[in-house]
Design a protein around this ligand. Structure first.
Ligand SMILES: Cc1cc2nc3c(=O)[nH]c(=O)nc-3n(C[C@H](O)[C@H](O)[C@H](O)COP(=O)(O)OP(=O)(O)OC[C@H]3O[C@@H](n4cnc5c(N)ncnc54)[C@H](O)[C@@H]3O)c2cc1C
Length: 297
């Protein structure tokens, strides 16, 4: 049976590239330590008067100013919304994004690649105006039934929609009693977005009975002395997760780099095979039911 999810309100306005909304920057704060090679920002934008209503799991598009080499405007880049529907300040007139500055050396072209939109956003100052489109996305939503178990897998900025989910269920809704399992990958503890000493927007819920976060640190030993990726933490807890997936009342979400999905599929394929089942068939059914939700980039 298809699970019922939250539905997009009819009343909200959607902006298109031809006529974007010029959102005002309220705040742009670095989430990663200064010495970290990764510059990840928490950016809050003012939507007051825009008529935009969004749901947790949606994205907005940003159009960087300027033109491409071919003279055409830059294309839209999407960013997952990291705040719940009422925004971080509860006014329903702001949206929060979690953006990583893209810059790397490309050995093929022997040149430094500076991501257009991410650098534009990471350099924004309070008061600046950002051409915004959306909100977009029609499926990556929470289930309407708050007894549903939630399984979330993310690394890096893939945490953004889960910050929105977790804020919604524990701060706004407050009646969620399904189990929530978050698997999250980062390089180090301080780079665990929203789960460190500097910002514990998600970390603050760790003591809740229904919520467990499993962190995989790839460049630092975690308190239990282990290093690894999301896939390793999932493998360690595969019996519980498989059990949740077999009770029928669950919804699973993967967000971030493509590799996380591949890692999870590998584990679920093994679990299914151990029971003489075909994961591809099971996954197809979960997809049809709206339980298998993927947003990788
Ligand atoms: C649905 C969706 C949600 C997204 N949510 C977020 C989010 O919450 N936060 C966020 O930071 N990004 C998110 N992204 C990615 C974002 O849309 C941009 O792709 C990213 O910021 C790079 O854009 P850019 O303009 O800076 O780089 P570009 O100028 O577009 O890219 C420069 C080059 O770098 C490559 N590249 C792009 N990203 C990376 C990377 N991470 N590592 C290595 N090479 C890369 C590109 O293929 C390209 O060749 C999301 C993407 C999608 C589709």
């Amino acid at each position: 049976m298809k699970i019922q999810k939250y539905e997009i309100p009819d009343s909200g306005k959607t902006y298109k590239p031809a006529e974007p909304y010029l959102a005002r920057v309220i705040e742009n704060i670095r989430l990663t330590p200064e010495q970290s090679e990764d510059d990840v920002r928490n950016v809050i934008l003012d939507l007051e008067g825009s008529g935009i209503c969004y749901l947790e799991g949606q994205s907005v598009g940003v159009i960087p100013p300027g033109l491409q080499e071919n003279g055409k405007p830059h294309r839209v880049r999407l960013y997952s919304i990291a705040s719940s529907r009422t925004g971080d300040d509860g006014t329903s007139t702001t949206v929060t994004l979690c953006v990583k500055r893209v810059h790397f050396y490309n050995p093929e072209t022997q040149s430094q690649v500076i991501g257009i939109a991410s650098n534009y956003i990471c350099d924004l100052k309070p008061g600046d105006r950002v051409p915004l489109i959306g909100p977009t996305g029609r499926t990556f939503f929470l289930p309407a039934d708050d007894t549903t178990d939630l399984i979330m897998l993310a690394a890096g900025t893939g945490i953004a929609p889960f910050r929105a989910f977790i804020n919604h269920i524990y701060k706004e809704k407050r009646t969620w009693n399904g189990k929530v399992r978050l698997f999250y990958g980062a390089k180090t503890g301080m780079e665990s977005l929203y789960m460190n000493e500097k910002n514990s927007d998600i970390g603050q819920y760790m003591s809740l009975e229904t919520f467990t976060a499993y962190r995989a640190l790839s460049r630092e030993d975690s308190p239990d002395g282990k290093r690894g990726f999301v896939q390793h933490r999932l493998a360690e807890n595969k019996e519980e997760i498989w059990q949740m997936m077999n009770t029928g009342n669950f919804s699973l979400y993967i967000c971030g780099m493509k590799g996380i999905e591949l890692g999870a599929v590998e584990i679920f394929t093994q679990m299914a095979a151990a029971e003489g089942k075909d994961w591809a068939e099971i996954q197809k059914l979960f997809k049809e039911q709206g339980r298998w939700n993927i947003e990788v980039y």
